[in-house]
Design a protein around this ligand. Structure first.
Ligand SMILES: [Fe+2]
Length: 161
């Protein structure tokens, strides 16, 4: 099981989410390298803390966008987030640290989950969010046009003879 490479097919297309995903991929790769090489120790605990923090931040960001855009697969997607977060918290809390083969299993599961999630679930979500952002921008543009028109109208009323 090799490291996860952040190629274009993992890209979400929303800058803040992509930067969170990039950092998650980096940490998962470091954990994977560690768990395949030696028993997990304090350094990996810090990595796990950071991964739990990042994952919950990323999931909150995505879920906020899902709500804002009325994403129809919200429940399924959020459930998948909750499931991973649970695994990560259990790993961090040391449930698995007494059995190295379980640590390896969980880290490999996390790596697979992240890849699958980014390629499939997040791809679908990213398409919906990009459409939604476009329509928000479109609405803002329409409002700005209407306001500009109104201002021009007022000005011409004021300057009329
Ligand atoms: Fe997601």
């Amino acid at each position: 099981m090799g490291p996860l490479v952040f190629t274009d097919n993992l890209k979400f297309g929303v800058a803040v989410i992509d930067s969170q995903h990039r950092r998650m991929v980096k940490i998962v790769n470091e954990l994977l390298g560690a768990v395949l090489d030696h028993p997990l120790a304090e350094t990996e605990d810090l990595l796990l803390d950071e991964l739990v923090r990042l994952a919950s931040l990323n999931f909150r960001t995505e879920e906020e966008w899902m709500r804002r855009c009325g994403y129809e697969r919200y429940e399924v997607h959020a459930e998948s987030h909750a499931h991973l977060l649970n695994e990560l918290v259990e790993l961090r809390n040391g449930l698995f640290t007494r059995a190295e083969h379980l640590n390896r299993k969980v880290v490999i599961f996390v790596r697979r989950w992240l890849e699958n999630h980014l390629i499939h679930s997040d791809r679908e979500l990213a398409d919906a969010i990009r459409l939604c952002i476009k329509s928000i921008k479109g609405l803002k543009g329409l409002k700005a046009d209407a306001n500009a028109k109104r201002r021009r109208g007022k000005r011409s009323v004021g300057t009329a003879p």
